[in-house]
Design a protein around this ligand. Structure first.
Ligand SMILES: *Cc1c(COP(=O)(O)O)cnc(C)c1O
Length: 354
């Protein structure tokens, strides 16, 4: 605390990201990174972009990337917004589209950055309790609101809401923006991008951090009606004209063009998830049905923090949330098969010793 701080800073409760340890050789299953490297074509494009052209500013409008994404999803570039990570895109979404008289709505168990943005931009919100099985019921969202946002699949539960349910929600909620955060949709969901031409109040947010193995590059995007995109452009151009640097633009374009590699790595993660879930259940863990690259698990007979500490002593890190309702769960990122096997060995040892 300091007398020099702006008043708003005193009241902030910042987001706390999962640990990025400085130690080597850890099995890192705590922040939902992809276990596979980025597309070799993306890496080649980034290397190629390392040139004397770095003295020049990048394209402030990221036209080539927008065209690439638009072509990929069969949209027009006016329906595409890009930013330096989906967290940054989400920040602009909260200010540009979710700050109204009525409180916005999101689930009680969800991405913990949402309340942080509400604090930063002084946006009123109301959390809606997920069902006891952590499923989301769209009927619970039928009340006056300044906007609705949730991830699909939800985080950190991994549970997927069917596209037909999102369509029902949009039919019942036409007066405010509905934001679907699809950070994990490529691991088993169906994108709501299919609905953007039908619903001018739908905004879909995606990231290259998870399914495209580019968390280090920081590229996110939003898809929606050109009027929604125009609001995001206004905020972006009031904040930073060049959020995507030359390396990020080059890598992101190439990543979208290497669809074969993308599909292959997503399929590998999904196959590992199926196998890991079966083995966890054999060990007595309860595993929430996941359509993401992580699983939320709980052992009925053992304390979550104790399991986490044991895994850490075996150089495996997983995420534990202290929030009520999930403080006895652990969120485990799907690693490659060797990492999943090491996890299972460590958990089996823990259960035999306790
Ligand atoms: C990981 C994640 C993001 C952020 O992704 P970045 O593009 O890396 O900032 C956004 N929303 C959810 C639900 C996430 O899990």
């Amino acid at each position: 605390m300091s007398q020099y701080w702006s008043k708003v800073v005193h009241a902030l409760t910042p987001y706390v990201p999962g640990e990025q340890p400085k130690i080597n050789n850890l099995i890192k299953l705590n922040t939902n990174e992809n276990p596979y490297p980025p597309s070799p074509l993306a890496l080649a494009a980034i290397r190629e972009a390392v040139s004397e052209d770095l003295r020049l500013y990048p394209d402030p409008n990221a036209d080539q990337l927008k065209q690439t994404i638009a072509a990929y999803y069969q949209l027009s570039p006016q329906q595409v917004f890009v930013g330096n990570s989906s967290d940054e895109v989400l920040a602009h979404v909260f200010l540009a589209l979710l700050k109204h008289e009525q409180p916005i709505l999101f689930p009680d168990i969800t991405y913990s950055f949402y309340p942080v943005y509400c604090g930063l931009y002084q946006i009123a919100y109301q959390t809606i309790r997920l069902q006891d099985d952590f499923s989301l019921h769209i009927a619970d969202y039928q009340r006056p609101n300044g906007g609705i946002i949730f991830p699909n699949p939800n985080a950190p539960t991994g549970r997927l809401l069917a596209l037909a349910e999102i369509e029902n929600l949009l039919c019942a909620n036409r007066d405010s923006v509905v934001v679907i955060d699809e950070a994990y949709v490529d691991f088993g969901g169906t994108s709501a991008i299919a609905l953007v031409d039908q619903f001018p109040n739908l905004l879909v947010v995606q990231t290259l951090s998870k399914s495209r193995s580019l968390a280090g590059l920081r590229v996110g995007l939003a898809i929606g009606h050109p009027d929604l995109i125009a609001a995001l452009e206004r905020v972006k151009n009031s904040f930073n004209s060049y959020p995507l640097d030359r390396l990020a633009l080059a890598g992101a374009v190439a990543a979208f063009k290497d669809d074969a590699y993308f599909k292959q790595t997503c399929a590998a993660v999904i196959a590992s998830r199926t196998e890991l879930v079966a083995q966890l259940e054999q060990l007595g863990f309860e595993v929430l049905p996941s359509s993401a690259n992580f699983v939320l698990i709980r052992h009925p007979a053992h304390d979550a923090k104790q399991i986490q500490d044991y895994l850490r002593s075996k150089s495996i890190i997983v995420r534990h949330f202290t929030q009520a309702r999930i403080d006895q769960h652990l969120r485990v990122t799907i690693g490659n098969d060797a990492q999943c096997a090491s996890l299972i060995v460590a958990l089996r040892d823990f259960l035999q010793g306790h």
